[in-house]
Design a protein around this ligand. Structure first.
Ligand code: NA7
Length: 294
C-alpha cells in the first residue's frame, strides 16, 4: 500500500523500516528533516509537508510527542486533513490526551474523512523485534481495511472500541507500567538498604512471581549502578503520560493515588537533573533518600 508517515523520532525510526520491509511504499515527513536520512537510505521517499505525504497515500500514520504536535500536523495549514483522499485513513499512534484525539477526529469526520487512534505499546526494541502491540479505536470498518498494514508493525493488533478509547487505554497502561517499575525500584532499594546486595535482590525479584517483561528488560539498567541515558523512555516522556493519566482520573472522578505518588518520584528525578535519563533513575532517588548515595 501507499503509506504516509509523519514523525521520524525514535518510534518512527523503528516503525518505518518494518513497513518498507513488508513491501509498502512509504512517504515520510518530519519537522526536522535531517532525521529522515537513515530512512531515505532504505527506500523511504521524502514528503515536504504532511499534506504532501497524505496526498500520495492510502494510509497515513503519525507518531509525535504530544497533543499540540498532532493537532498541528493533522489540522494545520499543510496538515493531513488538507491532503487526505476520501476513502484513505489517518491513524495517529501518539500517546496524547484522549479528548484532544477525539476533537481532532471530529474535524476529520466533519470533512468526511476517517481518523483512528492507534497507539503502540512497546519500545523501539520491541517494535524492531516485531513484538509490539497495537490498540485501535474508531470506525471498525476502517480498522478492518487497514489491519494488514498494522500487522506489519506488530503481531498483536486489538480493536478497542469507540473513538479515543485506544489512546485512553494506552494512558492507563503507561501509568501502570510506571507504577510497576517504581514499585520494583522501591522494593530493591529496601532490600539493599537492609544489606542484601543489589544484584542478589534483583535476581530474586526476577525469579519470583513479581517478574514481568518490563522488569526483565529494565532490571539491567538498574544493575548498571549508574543511571543509563534513556534507552526506552526518559523521565520527561514518561511524565507526559503520567500527567495525562492524572488528568484523566480527575476528569472521570476516579482516584489514581498510586499514579500520583509515582508522579512525585518523577518530579524528584527532574529535580536531581535526571530528566533525560531512563526513568529507572527513580532508583537513584530512593538511594539518595535512604542515605545510600550522595
Ligand atoms: P521522540 O523520539 O522524542 O520523537 C518525537 C517526534 O515528535 C519527533 O519526530 C519530533 O519532531 C516530533 N514533534 C515534536 N513536537 C512536534 C511538533 N510541534 N510538530 C511536529 N512534530 C513534532 O519520541 P518517540 O518517537 O519516542 O515517541 C513519539 C510518541 O509515541 C509519543 O507520544 C510517545 O509517548 C509515544 P523533531 O524530530 O523534534 O522535529
Amino acid at each position: 500500500m501507499k503509506i504516509g508517515f509523519l514523525g521520524l523520532g525514535d518510534m518512527g525510526q523503528a516503525i518505518v523500516p518494518r513497513l518498507i520491509a513488508a513491501g509498502h511504499r512509504v512517504a515520510g515527513w518530519n519537522r526536522t528533516k535531517e532525521k529522515a536520512a537513515p530512512l531515505l537510505q532504505i527506500g523511504m521517499v521524502w514528503a515536504d509537508t504532511p499534506r504532501e505525504a497524505a496526498r500520495q497515500s492510502e494510509v497515513v500514520f503519525s507518531i509525535v510527542t504530544d497533543s499540540a504536535a498532532v493537532r498541528s500536523l493533522a489540522l494545520g495549514e499543510n496538515g493531513v486533513i488538507t491532503g487526505l483522499a476520501k476513502g484513505a485513513a489517518y491513524l495517529d499512534m501518539s500517546t496524547i490526551d484522549p479528548d484532544a484525539s477525539r476533537a481532532i477526529a471530529a474535524e476529520f469526520a466533519k470533512a468526511g474523512l476517517a481518523m483512528l487512534d492507534a497507539p503502540v505499546s512497546g519500545t523501539t526494541l520491541t517494535v524492531a523485534r516485531g513484538q509490539a502491540s497495537l490498540m485501535i479505536a474508531g470506525d471498525q470498518a476502517v480498522f478492518e481495511r487497514v489491519r494488514p498494514v498494522l500487522l506489519a508493525i506488530g503481531p498483536k493488533v486489538t480493536y478497542i472500541g469507540a473513538q479515543g478509547l485506544a489512546v485512553q487505554l494506552k494512558v492507563a497502561l503507561n501509568m501502570t507500567l510506571v507504577v510497576e517499575v517504581i514499585g520494583f525500584c522501591e522494593g530493591v532499594a529496601l532490600a539493599e538498604k537492609g544489606g542484601v546486595p543489589r544484584e542478589v535482590a534483583v535476581d530474586a525479584f526476577l525469579k519470583s512471581v513479581v517478574a514481568s517483561p518490563v522488569l526483565n528488560y529494565r532490571a539491567p539498567l538498574l544493575l548498571e549502578g549508574h543511571i543509563a541515558d534513556a534507552t526506552y523512555g526518559n523521565v520527561n516522556l514518561q511524565q507526559k503520560d503520567m500527567l495525562l493519566a492524572l488528568e484523566l482520573g480527575c476528569k472521570l472522578g476516579l482516584p489514581v493515588p498510586l499514579g500520583a505518588a509515582a508522579n512525585e518520584m518523577l518530579n524528584a528525578c527532574r529535580g536531581l537533573g535526571l530528566a533525560h535519563h531512563d526513568f529507572v533513575a527513580v532508583y537513584e532517588v530512593y538511594r539518595r533518600l535512604g542515605g545510600m548515595s550522595q
